[in-house]
Design a protein. Structure first.
Length: 591
């Protein structure tokens, strides 16, 4: 029996059908791949060894702006992108072809000839034939434009102020740091400056017109500041009403002060905020790189210190930092620390200065004035510590102490030495206390605790403190008035208020500032001013107390003007309680 090796017919049939199956399977595979490619949300493309497209998917066709994927075959990136972008892609692909190494997740910006920009993350691989030879490349690019925009936005938020769109502190410090590096390389040949700007009385706008108006004003100020600096300078908002400017590469200090002048001039033009005309000004501090700073923070700190000096010396001005200021700042810091301790250790004492009825020359009462018995510095006067206490908030507990002590002392004297009319006590209220609306409540509590008749308590508010806190001040004053507590306007004539304004407040007495009284004799127009204040006050139904009366001539002249009361060294200096008590008992010494 012979065995045939030739396939039998059924076997041939099997082979044909197996091939057909295989073809069908391959077709199905191709179909799946094409479906996958054409529905992919990424661009997919194949290129030959010369970086010509051999195949692209629908998404890529849409991105390239060709209707059908087939139309891209034989073309290159130069047909669809800028030359620069296309050239880079070509170089990348030739590198892949040479080395066989893929490029994975490279983020690139695609710029179309029409200027459109797209961010993509691209992976490109070598394309091999079945024998393993590289025959081209293929790539997948994913559109990451949205993510990039989001990242940009986050970066913007990290480095820019959202209200004014100016650089923020982080970016400012970053630029300053860079400038320090540049200056080091330049070995002292590079001069630059930091300007620190604080808007004067910004709180008044916020309190008076509302926060929205405050915000609008800040934006307006930012726009004006932009006009004062060069494009190479960095203008930043540090926060609140504080701005900084980094002046790069200036020739001398004069360049910095000239810009400060320009800023002040620019800000002096009134702003229009919510239909209201708002006047603004700023205090500026300047630190120059010539001071050999080691750290950017030190330079910023000194510009801040200089700004404080500018503000303290009367606002709306600028000041260049010098070493003395640093010393002062350090001693101020020490003062602040001491002050905190002083309150805990009860190192404050009230002194009492008599207030005299000019007609009868009798004692009407006292003004309580704070003194600090410092363990090493001795007696410290209020003009040294009150401003620091104000700034640090320590005026709260200090003011509270003075109020309690003065009321308690006066009640005690009234009990011991009954008089008709009863003696009164005046207590000073600071700007900051007035801004805190609980002052009235605090007074009510102290009167209750000490048992002092409210009509015997006078609160002295300086004219400027009142002008700075018109809104909250009006409320506090009304409440005090309702309690029958009297209000005196202190240092009158120094705070630029108009009497018509004061007329709106239940003011009992104007205290004419001592600067007018002291000049009464040597300048006739000063006497005229005092005369005008007295007669205006009388017309408004107010009394007048003259402060700082030092000579008999002044006292007599004031009496002739019908000024109600007087206070001054002529009668007595401020005294400790025990000595003041002797005046109640023995009467005033002859003068
Ligand atoms: P002030 O309320 O205007 O007080 C009058 C100041 O003038 C006192 O200065 C007083 O000693 C001084 N003085 C009185 N008579 C004469 C005089 O004939 N000639 C001269 N040259 N000066 C005279 P003092 O005690 O140094 O207080 C200064 C300022 O400190 C006060 O001005 C007041 O604004 C503030 N102050 C004092 N004690 C307190 C307090 O307890 N609380 C608050 N918030 N401020 C206070
Ligand atoms: Mg006073
Ligand atoms: Mg005064």
């Amino acid at each position: 029996m012979s065995q045939s090796l030739a396939p039998t017919v059924p076997e041939i049939d099997d082979e044909a059908s197996a091939r057909q199956d295989e073809i069908a399977r391959l077709k199905q595979e191709v179909f799946l791949l094409e479906t996958l490619m054409d529905n992919s949300p990424d661009s997919i493309y194949f290129k030959d060894l010369n970086s010509r497209f051999t195949r692209i998917n629908r998404y890529a066709a849409a991105r390239f702006g060709v209707g059908e994927p087939a139309l891209a075959v034989g073309r290159t990136d130069f047909d669809y992108f800028t030359d620069e972008h296309a050239a880079q892609a070509f170089r990348d692909e030739q590198e892949i072809i040479c080395t066989g190494q893929p490029l994975v997740n490279v983020e690139e910006k695609e710029t179309k000839p029409d200027g459109g920009v797209l961010w993509v993350s691209t992976t490109k691989m070598p394309l091999r034939d079945s024998a393993g030879n590289i025959v081209g490349t293929f790539g997948i690019s994913r559109d990451i434009t949205q993510r990039k925009q989001f990242e940009d936005q986050l970066e913007h938020q990290a480095f820019f102020d959202t209200l004014t769109q100016l650089p923020n502190r982080a970016l400012f410090m970053n630029r300053l740091q860079h400038l320090f590096h540049r200056a080091q390389r330049a070995q002292g040949d590079l001069l630059f400056a930091v300007l620190y700007l604080d808007v004067d009385r910004f709180k008044g706008v916020n309190d008076g017109l509302g926060h929205q108006a405050g915000d609008d004003l800040l934006v307006e100020i930012a726009r004006r500041l932009e006009r004062c600096v060069r494009p190479s300078d960095t203008l930043a908002r540090l926060g609140g009403d504080e701005f900084t400017i980094l002046l790069e590469d200036i020739a001398s200090e004069v360049d910095a002060t000239r810009i400060a002048d320009r800023i002040q001039k620019e800000l002096s033009v009134p702003f229009s905020v919510h239909g209201q005309e708002v006047f603004s000004s700023a205090s500026l501090g300047i630190a120059l790189s010539s001071s050999h700073y080691q750290r950017p923070e030190d330079m910023l700190r000194d510009s801040d210190i200089a700004m404080y000096r500018a503000k303290a010396s009367g606002r709306s001005r600028h000041q260049v930092f010098d070493v003395d200021m640093h010393q002062r700042a350090v001693s101020l810091l020490r003062l602040e620390t001491d002050l905190r301790r002083a309150i805990e250790r009860r190192e404050f004492v009230p002194y009492y200065q008599p207030i005299i009825d000019l007609e009868t020359r009798r004692l009407r009462g006292f003004e309580a004035l704070a003194r600090w018995l410092h363990p090493t510095r001795g007696l410290v006067m209020p003009d040294v510590f009150i401003p620091v206490a104000e700034e640090t908030g320590l005026i709260g507990p200090l003011g509270d102490f003075m109020l309690v002590e003065a009321c308690r002392q006066m009640r005690k004297w009234q009990r011991q030495y009954a008089r008709d009319p009863a003696l009164c006590i005046s207590v000073n209220v600071s700007t900051r206390q007035l801004a805190q609306s609980d002052v009235a409540e605090q007074v009510r509590r102290v009167l209750l605790e000490t048992g002092l008749d409210p009509a015997c308590l006078t609160l002295e508010i300086t004219e400027s403190a009142l002008m700075q806190n018109l809104k909250s001040g009006a409320d506090v004053i009304q409440r005090l008035h309702d309690m029958a507590v009297r209000l005196h306007i202190d240092d009158f004539g120094t705070g630029y208020s108009s009497l018509s304004y004061l007329h709106n407040f239940p003011v009992h007495t104007l205290k004419v500032d001592k600067s007018f009284v002291s000049r009464m004799e040597d300048a006739p127009n000063q006497a005229e001013i005092v005369k005008a204040i007295v007669s205006l006050a009388q017309n408004l139904g107010m009394e007048v107390t003259a402060e700082g009366v030092e000579t008999n001539a002044q006292a007599d002249a004031l009496q002739d003007l019908h000024c109600t009361n007087a206070q001054g060294f002529l009668f007595s200096r401020p005294l400790p309680a025990a000595e003041a008590e002797r005046l109640i008992v023995d009467g005033l010494p002859p003068y």
